[in-house]
Write a protein that binds this ligand. Structure first.
Ligand code: BMA
Length: 384
């Protein structure tokens, strides 16, 4: 056993009513009894009408209730190296005895039976429910296809200008968002309460690879896309179990972090995707960046997190404690990073977390045992 270490005004109402007209393709269901009994609006989240469990999750993330940095893993219980869709299985659990505290999922290819990485969407809903049932936390990214060319997320031909309100592909794009809304609406506990989700749309937007990246749209277009999406889910669809995370990649300064930032009223989590921690010499830079982001987030009442991290195939056997843990331990500020999520374990040549037999397993176990890291079994109730 390890030691457990907008005010709601008449004006807002009117604006929301306007949204429902502006976003006709989102089918809303009648409020459930839980929604009718919702307590007073909160002033901490992008969504002033967020459910009590969602507000509690945010406060616990922000205030460090878990007293450490939570470990996360993409698609953890959906597949791993050499297996797929086996109930209860997880590469992380297989090597250290516990599940990650945070689970990443992706809605790319929504509308098909499986996502872009072969995860069946109905199975994904179940796995999200199981993770939540164990006390874990779910975060969802969206590698959506290019809505104008029909290419994949990596097709960085111009698209954002064509899907904003009033543009030719707007209605079609809202249809895609409505599929996402329907998926998110289905995420319920057995008692019927919505499962809070940290949504991470349009990630790595300071890179050039995606159609929402910096080479494919202007800053104004990106910001308009982000705001339209938040308003659609929150006001048009009435989804109130979402926490919104932004996640630029590999930034080194406050100025870089805030490029194309859509605004405090539409961002809850200051995330960072980081793929430059390729050895011990890169530790100080990540440490500095973590301090910068935590300070920025703290000053605005937000959460900071490493929303993706890793080196493909983890070629350094001591990477977990020698690089990642060291960067997290840089200062009191960097230690307040809420979570750090390793990317997916697809195969022996495409993985970011260890699996049984991997050379980094002994070091990962040290990382797991360290008092700073939090896995699922260490979590307090994050939803109260
Ligand atoms: C990338 C790779 C791809 C994958 C994509 C979305 O980093 O892992 O294989 O399809 O993420 O998960």
């Amino acid at each position: 056993m390890r030691t457990v270490k907008l005010r709601f005004s008449a004006a807002v109402c009117a604006a929301m009513a306007g949204m429902l007209v502006a976003f006709p393709s989102c089918s809303r269901k009648k409020p459930t009894s839980g929604e009718e009994n919702r307590p007073s609006p909160n002033t901490v989240l992008v969504d002033s009408l967020a459910t009590p469990e969602t507000v509690a999750l945010f406060r616990n993330l922000r205030d460090g209730s878990a007293r450490g940095v939570m470990f996360g893993h993409q698609d953890d219980t959906a597949y791993g190296v050499g297996w797929k869709a086996e109930p209860g299985r997880s590469d992380v659990k297989a090597v250290c005895g516990d599940y990650p505290a945070v689970y990443g999922w992706d809605l790319g290819d929504i509308g098909n039976p499986e996502n872009l990485d072969g995860v069946n969407f109905e199975l994904m809903k179940n796995l999200i429910g199981e993770a939540h049932g164990r006390g874990g936390i779910n975060t969802i990214s969206m590698h959506l296809d290019n809505p104008v060319s029909g290419g994949n997320a990596w097709d960085n031909s111009a698209a954002v200008g064509g899907i904003l309100p009033g543009k030719p592909h707007h209605a079609e794009y809202l249809h895609t968002l409505s599929l996402i809304a329907a998926f998110l609406r289905d995420l319920k506990t057995p008692a019927g309460t919505s499962i809070p989700v940290i949504l991470r749309p349009y990630h790595e937007h300071n890179q050039t690879w995606p159609w929402w990246g910096r080479s494919a749209c202007t800053a104004d277009e990106y910001i308009a896309l982000w705001r339209m999406t938040v308003e659609y889910f929150r006001d048009g669809c009435g989804l109130h179990h979402l926490i919104y995370a932004i996640s630029p990649q590999d930034v080194g300064s406050e100025r870089e972090y805030l490029e194309r930032y859509p605004g405090d009223d539409v961002v809850d989590v200051f995330g960072l995707d980081y793929y430059r921690l390729t050895g011990a010499s890169a530790v100080p830079q990540l440490g500095r960046t973590l301090q910068i982001i935590r300070t920025l987030a703290e000053n605005r009442g937000k959460v900071s997190a490493v929303t993706e991290i890793g080196v493909e195939n983890v070629g350094i056997a001591g990477w977990w404690t020698g690089c990642l843990l060291k960067a997290l331990n840089t200062s009191e500020q960097s230690k307040k990073t809420a979570w750090t999520l390793a990317w997916r374990n697809a195969s022996t040549t495409h993985h970011w977390a260890p699996y049984p037999g991997h050379a980094s397993v002994p070091d990962f176990v040290k990382f797991y045992r360290d008092s700073l890291t939090i896995f699922e079994g260490d979590l307090p109730d994050m939803y109260r």
